[in-house]
Write a protein of this length. Structure first.
Length: 444
């Protein structure tokens, strides 16, 4: 069959068109957050403190060491301040594309076209699109965590687990328990031995120690004094459970809304695996990752990540959980069902539309904790913690205003219409590839 007639060719071509338009939008309209300026300012403050010998170093914010490393490397290569910040956005969009390619290429030979296509749909049609334009560190961290999850599922390349554990720790200061939980799978199944355990332990420690030393440099203590501030913690079982449910089910941007295919697959497969004795260990492994991330972030005063579109703090771990879920041995047969494919295609079209509209919205949608039309302005937690969490409940479970509905009233600019159309075409092409792969239209 000529390449131009293969569904996979059109899936990759239209996906590439969507990626090019997304990169052009990132180049024209990078999103420089207040946090972006804080990272850049902290990078300059760090260099000044190193030159003067001042310890601890003031004006260095609580962000992970990795972001500062990127800024320093960009400056060393001659980048201007704006160029250094654009480097962070470029890293985000390239990481999103890397997630799609890595996940699809890894899943296709192991679980078939259906699993690979579902991963592509679930990753592109998600809130990762919004974060591809930002300087946040979530997407680079997600790419490294996905590679680590793939290596752990295989359980064979022990020499890769150490470097990947190190990189994951550098990108996220809170990564240590999640890295160890991912790495324990081959040991649990006894497909790896002492070399794996040593490489995992060394890599996890090597990824954690630089962050601790950086904290000592900037705060005068090994802990991150901002993240560990007692006033910024949620207290009480009821509050933590409410925030855990909001991370997944909130109508104001929960995971099932902004990343429906990934979220439904993860929760569905976890429950399915737990119900089957021969797959119960896989279900416990996946559910452990879901529970640890969800409960961990629900304990913070800002479970969605403050100014964010969807649960930003969960984003580094969602692709890894998605890939693990798609390795369930019973999934390929399920993905052959027409109803499953149709539902996935419809959800992908809705999700890609929602997230493209969010990119070109007026900006209020991502300010999750700042725009509360149900209960009024959100008070500062330091002033009145109880009032803050009451207002937060109104944001998570709105009774009057569902601001996501407003997205459909937006008028997209020309660039937005092109991005939305190319995204919809890419979704349809991936669905065609999925359908054709099941009917062996293409040669393996």
């Amino acid at each position: 069959m000529p390449p131009w007639r293969r569904p996979s060719t059109w899936a990759w071509l239209l996906g590439a068109l969507f990626a090019v338009l997304l990169m052009l939008d990132v180049r024209e309209r990078p999103r420089f957050e207040p946090d972006t300026w804080a990272v850049y300012g902290g990078a300059q403050a760090t260099k000044a403190c190193l030159a003067s010998g001042q310890r601890p170093c003031p004006n260095v914010s609580y962000f992970p060491l990795f972001q500062y490393l990127v800024v320093w490397m960009a400056e060393a290569l001659g980048a201007s301040p704006e160029g250094a910040m654009r480097t962070l956005t470029a890293l985000s969009v390239l990481s999103l594309l890397g997630l799609v390619v890595l996940g699809a290429r890894w899943l296709a030979p192991r679980q078939g076209t259906g699993a690979a296509a579902l991963f592509v749909l679930g990753t592109l049609a998600s809130y990762g699109l919004w974060y591809a334009r930002t300087t946040f560190n979530e997407l680079p961290s997600a790419l490294v965590a996905l590679a680590l999850a793939a290596v752990c599922v295989d359980g064979k390349r022990w020499w890769l687990v150490g470097p990947l554990a190190l990189l994951t720790g550098l990108t996220k200061e809170v990564a240590l328990p999640f890295v160890l939980w991912l790495g324990v799978w081959p040991l649990w199944r006894r497909t790896a031995g002492l070399k794996w355990a040593i490489a995992l332990g060394v890599g996890a420690l090597a990824g954690t120690i630089p962050g601790l030393l950086f904290n000592q440099f900037r705060f005068g203590t090994l802990g991150n004094t901002f993240l560990l501030d007692p006033i910024l913690q949620a207290h009480g079982v009821a509050l933590i459970l409410r925030q855990s449910l909001a991370i997944w089910f909130s109508p104001s941007g929960g995971l099932l809304e902004v990343a429906p295919l990934a979220g439904l697959t993860v929760l569905g497969v976890a429950g399915w695996a737990l119900a089957r004795k021969d797959e119960r260990s896989r279900g416990l492994w996946l559910l452990g990752l879901v529970g640890a991330t969800t409960l961990g972030f629900a304990r913070w005063f800002s479970p969605f990540g403050w100014w964010s579109w969807g649960p930003r703090l969960m984003l580094p771990w969602v692709p890894a959980m998605f890939l693990i879920a798609l390795t369930h041995p019973g999934l390929p047969a399920l993905l052959e069902r027409r109803g499953v494919r149709l539902a996935a295609g419809v959800l992908a079209l809705l999700a890609v539309s929602l997230n493209v509209f969010a990119i070109f919205g007026d900006g209020s949608y991502y300010g999750f904790f700042e725009h509360n039309r149900d209960v009024g302005p959100t008070p500062a937690i330091q002033a009145d913690p109880d009032a803050y969490f009451r207002a937060l409940e109104g944001l998570e479970w709105p009774k009057v205003h569902f601001w996501v509905v407003d997205l459909w009233r937006e008028t997209l600019p020309t660039a937005g219409r092109r991005l939305w159309a190319s995204g919809a075409l890419a979704v349809l092409a991936v669905c065609w590839w999925w359908h054709a792969g099941l009917r062996k239209v293409e040669k393996a």
